[in-house]
Design a protein around this ligand. Sequence first.
Ligand code: IPE
Ligand code: IPE
Ligand code: MG
Ligand code: MG
Ligand code: MG
Length: 314
Amino acid sequence: MVALQPNPVTLTSENPFLNHLQSFSSEIEGVLEGILPPSTTCLHQAMRYSVLGGGKRLRSFLLWTSAQLFDVAPPQALKTAAVFELIHSYSLVHDDLPCMDNADFRRGKPSCHKVYGEATATLVGDALIPLAFQTLASLDMTPEIRLELIEGLGRTIGSKGLVAGQMMDVGQEKWPRTYEGLLELERLKTGVLFEFALEASAILGHASLSERQALKAYGRLFGQAFQMSDDWLDGCGQESIIGKPCDQDEHKFTFLHLLGPDLLCEKIEATVSEAIDVLEPFLAKATPLKEAALYVLSLGPCLRRDDTGARNVP
Ligand code: IPE
Ligand code: IPE
Ligand code: MG
Ligand code: MG
Ligand code: MG
């Protein structure tokens, strides 16, 4: 598992986020263990390799944490959260393929296709998607809720959602090389899944429309700050810490290329602060979600400042 690097500025004992995330990780791992088929075939072995034993589990953590705002029954919240890990893992397995980003390492170990071959890795993704929908269909919730989750997930990851973002990212669609163009690309490839993870908790919890809108906005902003931070890490991070190769985006147009490290940091900080603001209606109950947003800053450079308070950007 990739080690989470506590940043001394943001993640002191005053921000218990990492402790929460770590205990949640073992819990969600157990749920995923139960959902994934046992390793009796090569395909199942490759599916388990790609989903288990790694990843920060951010999307599922946010769903789980926001579901607590509405006292959703824990087994149903966990099962729904696991669905987001299945989908996210599929997207990474395909993202790493030679025809996509051609990345050899993921989560500190060889990418799925490096171990099992490209055909199996493609099929791992193909198999994780229906498993996710099957899992939603089997929730112990009303048919209306299950249908809303299934429809919403399909919309989120389909040709007007995550896949559309990936098409833009691999240069298969025309899009304007501008700040707005990048915002849209990153909203689609990354933001929509975060947004729907938060919305899913609102669906499970019968949230009011205004609560649902606030959580969706938080998810969208969280995803935006997170992907911006991922762009920064690609150019300025360390492979040994992030568990995947750096400089993968060298030939791509990313926020790091457009804004440079300093301005990008300012954008990340502003986005995180906006994400925290939209949670105000939930008052103190939203503290764990606010702490999660602050964590995004510690992933990248933003708060790595020297003693004078200046940013320490390489
Ligand atoms: C990687 O996501 C892909 C992006 C959207 C940037 P994560 O950084 O959440 O991946 P894991 O699950 O922790 O490996
Ligand atoms: C991945 O974005 C987004 C999806 C998998 C949908 P990246 O290509 O930037 O993610 P990394 O950097 O490989 O983790
Ligand atoms: Mg990619
Ligand atoms: Mg990639
Ligand atoms: Mg990246």
